[in-house]
Ligand binder design. Structure first.
Ligand code: DAT
Ligand code: MG
Length: 135
């Protein structure tokens, strides 16, 4: 596994609930390196592009409303194996199924409000960092 980058985003409820510091802290303590960060109001078009693989799902309109409902915190993190490791630190998509000790397992209860996003591949990490950090 190589040094790579992943895109991590604290979603609007994570920002509103004051969990930005807690989430950053978990990646810092693990040993990853923060490469970029900004507070950002995600435009609807970018939200639809980001979640385009889910556009046929019944929950898609709610997902877009949610992610555009307030500012998000966009971050690039670097490290050996950071893409897969960040997904482990974040936990399962449904916070009720996420293991205790993970971010979602400890801090969330609803799939539709699961407080944080992490890229699912190095290629998507690069693409998402470009789309959000360089918007
Ligand atoms: P993840 O964010 O764990 O990579 P995903 O890529 O499958 O999960 O879905 C993206 C987001 O869409 C997810 O974080 C929350 C929302 N979502 C997924 N499945 C859902 C469902 N069954 N009901 C409501 N929202 C859902
Ligand atoms: Mg995903």
């Amino acid at each position: 596994v190589q040094v790579e980058e992943t895109y991590i985003m604290v979603k609007p409820d994570g920002v509103q609930r004051g969990l930005v510091g807690e989430i950053i802290s978990r990646f810092e303590k693990k040993g990853f390196r923060l490469k970029g960060l900004k507070l950002f109001q995600c435009p609807k078009e970018l939200a639809e592009e980001h979640y385009k693989d889910l556009k046929e799902k019944s929950f898609f309109p709610k997902l877009i409303d949610y992610i555009t409902s307030g500012p998000v915190v966009c971050m690039a993190w670097e490290g050996v194996g950071v893409v897969a490791s960040a997904r482990k630190l974040i936990g399962a998509t449904n916070p009720l199924q996420a293991e205790p000790g993970t971010i979602r397992g400890d801090l969330a209860v609803e799939t539709g409000r699961n407080i944080v996003h992490g890229s699912d591949s190095p290629d998507n990490g690069q693409r998402e960092i470009g789309e959000f950090l360089n918007y």
